[in-house]
Design a protein around this ligand. Structure first.
Ligand code: HEM
Length: 396
């Protein structure tokens, strides 16, 4: 058996391969791609809390050693990372995000209400892809008229052709388009600051020997891309995965309709069961020996959070989807210093989306023959999911 994260068959169902990795090759090396992978919960957890050995300071954008022209604070360590993260983190505190719930719900309702009379829709294209983008765009200050365009660029930016880790032409083009867009926005924010994240990002500075300077263009653009993209595809996948699993597990859907207070736990179980971000990129900063295998310095190592979330050493009966499971701690949102900055927002979006979907379409059916997967970097999941439901039905 082998593990190739870019193989489409593996991406369709990585879990048997992950089980093999955890049991037989917990420190795995794919010689052809020259990538390493850790897959057990304990090992992935330990690596996320050991930045001296497993560094985010990546001069390349992930597996395959692809050059990353626009650096982001996700791909940095230490002081640089901490300085930049803290500047944006106050926008994402649990308290601030909780206070935003009425607006989050309003956006969900505005997107879902027009679908009610139709009797069918694509829950991803018509809702799950638009909802997180609408919200992060509001925080960023991206005007409504630009949102679809920015979303399409973000999707293309992550695109990879099956089996090939190199960015295809459309990803390169999308990267350039996003750069141009964000640089123009910075000019505009410098002339006229606003109460938005683009203004915060535009004003970011970095210390140099002769004083502080604005961030280099590429770094500013990279940080904008990080904020737009990190919370977009991932949350779309979370919502769609929940819709699919609750189609496959009717009893659990009924349970949630009767007991909506269990929905936050269903969100955690969905994150654990099918992690939207399947692996995290790390550079091995100093030689590491684990389970008798030595990973050399400067190797690329994937922390397979998607595999760790299904580790039977941590979770009883891990391949069973169970919204009532006592999920406890999981690694689907990462851990350690790079723990997902948008975690409170992701959880709120997941909760509100499920509440509003189950209220409007309590008996929905997914047409599984119409499911379409997307093959992007480390984000796994569907991009099309047709559903049908009773027109105009509300579960009230
Ligand atoms: C279900 C949705 C989401 C999932 C599964 C997810 C997953 C993750 C994971 C696994 C990491 C850690 C990366 C690493 O260790 O290398 C991360 C980091 C990050 N996430 Fe999320 N995320 C989600 C939603 C969001 C949202 C809504 C935002 C909002 C902007 C966001 C912004 C970020 C940022 C900025 C980082 C980098 C943090 C740092 O390097 O300090 N994410 N996310």
């Amino acid at each position: 058996m082998e593990y190739n994260p870019f193989d489409t068959k593996t991406q369709d169902d990585p879990y048997p391969t992950y089980k093999w990795l955890r049991d037989e090759a917990p420190v795995y090396h794919n010689e052809e791609l020259d990538i390493w992978a850790l897959s057990r919960f304990e090992d992935v957890f330990a690596a996320t809390t050991d930045p001296e050995s497993f560094s985010n300071d990546l001069m390349f954008g992930g597996a395959g050693g692809v050059e990353q022209p626009f650096s982001q604070f996700l791909f940095s360590d230490g002081v640089t990372h901490a300085r930049e993260r803290v500047m944006v983190s106050k926008w994402f505190t649990p308290r601030r995000i909780a206070a935003w719930e009425p607006r989050v719900r309003e956006v969900a309702q505005q997107l879902l209400d027009p679908l009610m009379g139709r009797g069918e829709c694509d829950i991803i294209q018509d809702f799950a892809a638009r909802f997180p983008m609408a919200l992060i765009s509001e925080l960023m200050g991206i005007p409504e008229a630009d949102r679809d365009t920015v979303r399409h660029w973000s999707d293309d930016f992550l695109a990879r052709d099956p089996g090939n880790p190199d960015p295809p032409e459309r990803a390169v083009k999308a990267n350039a388009a996003l750069a141009e867009y964000f640089l123009a926005a910075r000019e505009e924010r410098r002339r006229q600051p606003r109460e938005d994240l683009l203004t915060v990002l535009s004003n970011m500075e970095t210390p140099h020997e002769d004083g502080v300077h604005p961030l280099a263009d590429g770094h500013y653009v990279g940080n904008c891309q990080l904020l737009v993209i990190a919370g977009n595809e991932t949350t779309t996948k979370l919502i769609a995965n929940a819709v699919l699993q609750l189609h496959r597990h009717r009893d659990q859907r009924e349970d949630l309709i009767e007991h909506p207070d269990a929905i936050p736990n269903a969100v955690e179980e969905t994150l654990r069961y099918d992690a939207p971000s399947q692996w995290q990129n790390r550079r091995v900063a100093r030689e590491v020996t684990l389970h008798g295998v030595t990973i050399p310095e400067n190797a690329f190592c994937g922390l397979l959070t998607g595999a760790a979330c299904r580790d039977e050493r941590r979770y009883p009966d891990p391949d069973r989807y169970n919204v009532r499971r006592d999920v406890g701690m999981h690694l689907a949102l990462g851990w350690g210093r790079h723990l997902c900055l948008g975690k409170a927002l992701a959880r709120l979006e997941g909760k509100v989306a499920l509440e509003e979907i189950l209220t409007r379409f309590p008996g929905y059916e997914v047409d599984e023959s119409g499911l379409k997967r997307v093959y992007v970097t480390n984000v796994a999941g569907y991009c099309e999911m047709p559903i049908s439901y009773e027109p105009g039905a509300r579960g009230e």
